[in-house]
Every structure is written in C-alpha cells, then in structure tokens.
Design a protein around this ligand. Structure first.
Ligand code: OOB
Length: 513
C-alpha cells in the first residue's frame, strides 16, 4: 500500500513469535464475540440496544449496503459519526468489506475534513443524517465529497467477506497534535488487535463489565484502550454517551450500571467536583481511566476519594505507545505517575537534546503497536522517526523506578521571549500554585520588540488577579526574571480540541483578535 510504512521484517517476526500478533483481521473481534456471546448486550445508545448477534447482522447489512455503493477492499472512507450504535455498525461494515475507515471526530470541520480527505484520497464519507448544532451535509457538499448513505434495509445479498493482510492498515486514526493540521496514523490489524486485547487484559475487563464511551468514539482512547474494541474482545457491553456533563453521564452510569470509562483530566475533575452537588453520584464505577493530558496529583487524589478508588492514569498516543498505572498500584503511583508501558517489548528511550540517554528528556518509542510512519507523509516522517525506527513523541518525560514515567511537558511547547526560552508547562505549574487560579495556559504571541511575548490565559476560581499580582506571585515563587507574563487574558473557559484537550492555537487566535 503506497504511503504506508510497514514494520520491518525482523521486528514483525519477533512480535509474532512472542504471541503479540495473532494474524487475525480487526473485524474478527466481532465475529468471535457473536460466536461466543451471541445474546449478551454489545452496544447501547439512547434509542437502541443490540446484542452481539444483532450487531453482527447489522454490520453485515451495512457491509452489503457499502458493497452496493461500490465500496471495496482498500478504499479509504471517512467515518464521522457521533457516539451511537450506528458508529459501531458502520465501523464494522467498513472493515468487513475491507475498506479502511478514517476515524474523524464529530468536532472536525471543513478545514480538517478536507485535509484528511485529500491525504487519505478517500472515496467518500459517512456522516449523520441530522444532528443538532451542525450541518454535516452542507460541509460535505462544500468540500465536494461523496456522501455515502448506507441503506441497510435492502441488504439481502451478503457482501463478500474480505481477508485482508493483517500486516496492512485496518484503519487510519487522526493525530491529536495541537499544532498544525492532523496527520493520519495507519494502525495495522495485528497491532490494533493487540492494542485492544492487551489493554482489556491489563484492565481486567470481563463479560460482566459495562464500558461507557464518554469521549468521542473515534478517538484511540475510548476506541481501543481498551474502549469499545477491548470490551468487545471479552464480551462486555459498551454504552455510547453523547453528553459527558456530570448530570447526563451520572444518569447514564446509574441506568446501565456502568463499571468502566475513560475521560480527559478536565472532565474527570469536573465529575469529581460535581459529586458535591449531584444527587446521583456514581456507585458502580470500578475503573476510571484518565488520560490525554496531564492530571495534577491533587486532582487525582480527589478523584480517588470521591468518584472511585479505581483511578487509572493513562498516557497514550494514537501513534501507539500506551502507559497505564496498574490496578492495585500504590496511591502514590496512581496520583503522581502516568503509568508504565503496556508491553514488555515496548522499547522506550529518554534522550536529551543531543540524543544521549538521560533521566529526563524526550520520549522515543518503538514496539509491537507503535507506527513506523504517518500515512502519506514522507517529509514529516523524516522528522518524527529516528533512523532505527523510533517514534519521536515530542513529550518530555522523567523515568521513575519500575519503568514508570512522569510526563513533565512538551518538548516543543516553548515561548522564546526576547531570546530567552520559557517552557510553557513550567510557567503554568507556577501559576497553578496560586490559590486563586483554577486553570492556566501560557501561549506565545508575536511581539515587535520581544519577538514573542507571554500571554497567560487563566480561569480564576472567584476573584481575578491583576497582571501585577500575577507577576508578584512569580517573583515570590523564585522563578527567573525573564519568566514573566506580558498579557493576561481572564477567560471563563479554555478552548479545547475536538477531544477536549486545551487548544493553544485557538487561545492564541482568540486573545490576539
Ligand atoms: C491520547 O492520544 P492523542 O494521540 O490524542 O494525543 C497524544 C498526546 C501525547 O503525545 C501527549 O502529548 C498527550 O497527548 N498525553 C498526555 C497524557 N496522555 C496523552 N500528556 C500528559 N499526561 C497524559 N496522561 O491522548 C491518548 C491515546 C490513548 C490513550 C490515552 C490518551
């Protein structure tokens, strides 16, 4: 497949021999679940509940519908559906005809969708019929994309089942970068089946679990860490939530007796706060995964105290590597680390600016479920992968005993103010030390004299501070004199990406307009 960088043969053989790779297609997760747990609930949304048998038939009808539309093996198709049973049905319909779904987020708009369609050379897109708030059909028209409407009513003739090479991409994930346009991440059948099943085993998921998709289902975290696919691999049920607010989510958790879910830190913290006022606080959650951005130790403790002792920190990336704290880990590890790698054969290197091994520095990784290159991105691959095949994550981490990692920031999140380098995350940590500050994001803005000036976007608890008070606080923290805020933007909320991470590009746009 043109534009896809496969695993090198020696490592591929080693992963197969070690048993990580099973040479089965991703769609076989559903075939197996339907055979082993035919009558167990598979997927649930506000209107529909499907057993594994029913999901299996619905996916077959979707595959037949896609086949009639001319969709076949190797075709890239954008999938942009909200959290719903239809998401699972369409995903497996596409996999069964051998198409390669591109997992777009509902929050993606013309700029991203147009870019993803071009880079993947997609033959069409699946979007919702009608959704509150945004006119997807209009966006698709504007972009000149072909909308695929899957008519599953007439699906009497079965679609031909395709037997893909398990070393080729099963699907394309979208990178979570907060700078630039998203890149496409080809995940193979072998690596993604391992990603989901090994994650389910680590999390001790069983057929009695009920997993809630609270984040957008197309994101790697709720999709396969262990998420929908991991739940399917053990016969557990997946509930699709459409509203992650505490009010709505707590009601869903109570109604379906949800036992496991995955959140970004901002949501997990909000859920913990909501326990003060929501009458229906969760009682059935045994696993609450938090990842996608750094979770502060204090927030972690609070989450364990009020929501569930089963907090799990997850440091992951769509490119592959997953780090998890383990069930039963000491509270100290749960609160202050981002876990350790899923697989014994994840090779992690931590290097300084010169590429030498260091206790703290950039995390590089290769392993049985980490990509070897972005899709159709030769130039980006030059920068993002070392000659021996390690992915340069751009994350700064510190190695801790036992292989645990602490994420200490982003390598590239630096503001160059008057020639001095300021690490945005360090400045943010100092700002957060002030009791009046709830959240803070430091961004660089162009400045005639300094080159870049420091803007602090801040959510205050009650009473805002002035710029002078903010800088006096930094003085008292004993930070270097060039680490000062030039502009303060008190905001009611920080803009977020489609999956809920703080979006610094959007902040810069917002405060400079
Ligand atoms: C997950 O995946 P992506 O691809 O949306 O974003 C990956 C990036 C990482 O490189 C890192 O910069 C950041 O998100 N990140 C964290 C983190 N987890 C992810 N930074 C600090 N602490 C954490 N715990 O975000 C993702 C994929 C699978 C599972 C979980 C998260």
């Amino acid at each position: 497949m043109h534009g896809f960088v496969p695993f090198p043969a020696d490592r591929a053989n080693a992963y197969r021999t070690a048993g990580y790779w099973q040479d089965r297609p991703l769609s076989s997760l559903l075939d197996d679940a339907a055979a082993r747990w035919p009558d167990r609930k598979a997927v649930i949304d506000a209107d529909t509940t499907l057993t594994y048998t029913q999901l299996d038939s619905a996916a077959d009808r979707a595959a037949a519908g896609l086949h009639r539309l001319g969709v076949g093996a190797g075709d890239r198709v954008l999938l942009q559906l909200p959290n719903s049973c239809a998401f699972a049905v369409t995903l497996f319909g596409l996999l069964r005809v051998g198409a390669i779904p591109v997992l777009c987020l509902p929050g993606h708009r013309a700029a991203e969708i147009g870019h993803l369609a071009a880079v993947s050379d997609a033959i069409g897109i699946v979007i919702p019929d009608a959704t509150a708030g945004f006119d997807y059909p209009a966006m698709v028209d504007e972009l000149g994309l072909r909308r695929l409407i899957i008519d599953d009513a007439a699906g009497d003739q079965p679609a031909p089942r395709c037997a893909p090479d398990p070393n080729t991409p099963a699907l394309l994930l979208v990178s979570g970068g907060t700078t630039g346009l998203p890149k496409l991440i080809p995940r193979t059948h072998n690596d993604y089946v391992y990603n989901a099943t090994a994650s389910a085993a680590l999390c001790e998921l069983t057929a009695d679990d009920v997993y809630l998709v609270a984040l957008p289902a197309a994101h790697n975290f709720p999709l396969a860490c262990p998420g929908l696919l991991g739940a399917m691999s053990v016969g557990a049920a997946t509930v699709f939530g459409t509203d992650p607010s505490p009010e709505a989510a707590f009601a869903t958790i109570a109604r379906h007796r949800v036992t496991a879910t995955a959140l970004v830190p901002a949501l997990a913290t909000l859920w913990a706060q909501a326990c003060d006022w929501e009458p229906q606080k969760p009682t059935t959650l045994r696993l609450l995964q938090v990842g996608g951005a750094k979770l502060a130790a204090g927030d972690a403790r609070r989450i364990r105290d009020v929501l569930t002792p089963g907090l799990q920190q997850v440091f992951g990336m769509a490119e592959g590597l997953l780090c998890y704290t383990r069930p039963g880990d000491a509270p100290e590890l749960l609160d202050t680390t981002q876990g350790r790698p899923l697989c014994a054969d994840d090779e992690v290197r931590v290097v300084d600016e010169d590429g030498a091994e260091a206790p703290e520095g950039e995390l590089l990784v290769r392993g049985p479920y980490t990509i070897n290159g972005y899709y159709n991105a030769a130039e980006a691959n030059e920068r993002s992968f070392s000659p021996d095949g390690f992915y340069r994550s751009g994350d700064r981490v510190r190695r801790l005993p036992g292989g645990y990692l602490e994420v200490t920031g982003r390598i590239k999140d630096v503001i160059v103010r008057g020639g001095e380098n300021i690490a945005a995350d360090e400045l943010e940590a100092h700002l957060l030390d002030h009791p009046a500050i709830r959240s803070a994001a430091a961004v660089g803005l162009p400045d005639e004299y300094l080159g870049e000036k420091v803007c602090a976007a801040i959510i205050f608890h009650d009473n805002p501070l002035t710029l002078a008070e903010l800088n006096r606080h930094l003085d008292e923290c004993g930070v270097a004199t060039h680490v000062r805020v030039d502009q303060l933007a008190a905001l009611p909320a920080l803009p977020t990406t489609a999956v809920g991470k703080v979006d610094k590009k959007a902040i810069a746009r917002q405060v400079s307009s």
